[in-house]
Design a protein around this ligand. Structure first.
Ligand SMILES: Cc1ncc(C[n+]2csc(CCOP(=O)(O)OP(=O)(O)O)c2C)c(N)n1
Length: 190
């Protein structure tokens, strides 16, 4: 499964849900599906889950999507436990598993050594989890997750390969556009 194709499915099904992109490729492949409610995180490896959790807790009226990387969640593994401990219900945490840190030279990490991130999420208390490795299965599972009322963790097995896309490096503008899009009646400056 190509991460870009799976990200397209997320964008198609997201509706009003804000999407938090994780470091590097996880954000970069969101760029073709640009919208004010996409948050493009630069460099803060591992923090997409924490940003998504904070947003989900203050905005229980929205489902919040996190697009994470396997290498990133390994760096902030405790955030899976924090998500459950918080009682959050409106979070859909997608983890793209390409077997390591692709963008810094494809150093292997996690699944090539037997790490099962879905099992980790389950062990942290997620009641709704799935691991999928093709687009049809991903579409089915993601559609269920986005329309559910419980928190989900989905591990999407994706092929190696870096994204060619890049967001602006004006982080202040990215933040402000995202914030404005979440204000009542706000759709952001576009
Ligand atoms: C604290 C920290 N360490 C290292 C990096 C460098 N870095 C940026 S992206 C990345 C790999 C992220 O892996 P993953 O989330 O699995 O995405 P992938 O590159 O595999 O698509 C690394 C090591 C960083 N940005 N921050």
């Amino acid at each position: 499964m190509l991460r870009l194709d799976a990200t397209r499915i997320v964008a198609e099904l997201a509706g009003e849900a804000p999407i938090i992109g994780g470091v590097g490729n996880n954000t970069f492949d969101l760029i073709p599906f640009d919208r004010p409610r996409n948050f493009y995180m630069w460099n803060s490896m591992g923090m997409a889950s924490s940003i998504g959790l904070g947003l989900a807790l203050v905005r229980p009226d929205l489902r919040v999507i996190v697009l994470d990387g396997d290498g990133s969640i390994l760096m902030n593994l405790g955030s899976l436990a924090t998500e459950r401990a918080s009682g959050v219900a409106n979070l859909v945490h997608v983890i793209w598993d390409n077997g390591g840190w692709e963008i810094t030279g494809a150093q292997p990490a996690g699944s090539p050594f037997g790490v099962d991130l879905e099992a980790v999420a389950r062990g942290c208390g997620f009641a709704r989890t799935s691991t999928v490795d093709d687009l049809d299965a991903f579409r089915r599972v993601f559609a269920e997750a986005i329309s559910d009322t419980r928190a989900w963790a989905i591990v999407g097995k994706v092929d190696p390969g870096d994204s060619p896309y890049r967001p602006s490096k004006n982080c202040t503008r990215l933040r402000d556009r995202f914030r404005t899009s979440l204000e009542p009646e706000g759709d952001g400056p576009g």
